[in-house]
Design a protein around this ligand. Structure first.
Ligand SMILES: CC(C)(COP(=O)(O)OP(=O)(O)OC[C@H]1O[C@@H](n2cnc3c(N)ncnc32)[C@H](O)[C@@H]1OP(=O)(O)O)[C@@H](O)C(=O)NCCC(=O)NCCS
Length: 146
């Protein structure tokens, strides 16, 4: 059974490293990881952590209003495509909506744009490069009642 729980920044690091930082010499610890307003979610298959994501009160000039940024979204390869990431992100959206935040945004790898679109995110602005990782789009989801 899959359950979604709040986890610590430290808990996210092994999956960030394995899924998002393999052969990529960028930090796996993010500014804001330990901020009071930040929270981290994990998806567990029974007791095994299989997917992680982090949510930070960080604003992007592209958007006007209160904002959270999604970072470090990653599901272990053998569990991808089974609905786990979607379940975790839906959970996060509910938590952020309760905080009366206007937008959730992220910098999405091109390969993940469809995943975010299925959850109601839209691409904004021009495609841009992040060193070592490749092309990205800023994507945003307007939150309920905002
Ligand atoms: C992108 C990622 C986080 C999605 O997590 P996941 O647990 O595999 O996603 P889910 O199984 O919940 O997918 C939900 C839906 O999106 C689709 N989807 C998932 N990943 C996708 C992708 N990369 N491209 C297109 N569609 C995708 C699924 O098929 C599913 O569609 P459905 O609802 O019609 O069945 C995961 O594949 C991953 O860790 N990828 C590598 C790291 C990465 O790119 N992270 C994002 C950085 S911005």
């Amino acid at each position: 059974m899959i359950t979604i729980k709040k986890i610590t920044a430290q808990d996210t690091y092994p999956i960030r490293l394995e899924v998002l930082r393999k052969n990529i010499p960028l930090p796996f610890q993010f500014n804001g990881d330990l901020d009071d307003t930040t929270f981290h979610l994990g998806a567990f298959n029974n007791d095994k952590l299989i997917s992680v994501s982090s949510y930070m009160k960080e604003s992007n000039n592209l958007f006007n209003g209160s904002q959270y940024q999604l970072r470090g979204m990653a599901t272990l390869v053998e569990y991808q495509g089974k609905g786990v990431g979607k379940l975790m992100l839906e959970n996060a959206i509910s938590i952020i909506e309760e905080k009366n935040i206007d937008f959730l945004w992220c910098n999405a790898r091109i390969s993940a744009v469809n995943f975010y679109e299925k959850l109601g995110f839209k691409t904004v602005g021009e495609i841009f490069q992040i060193n070592y990782v490749g092309e990205h789009y800023a994507m945003v989801k307007k939150l309920k009642n905002r």
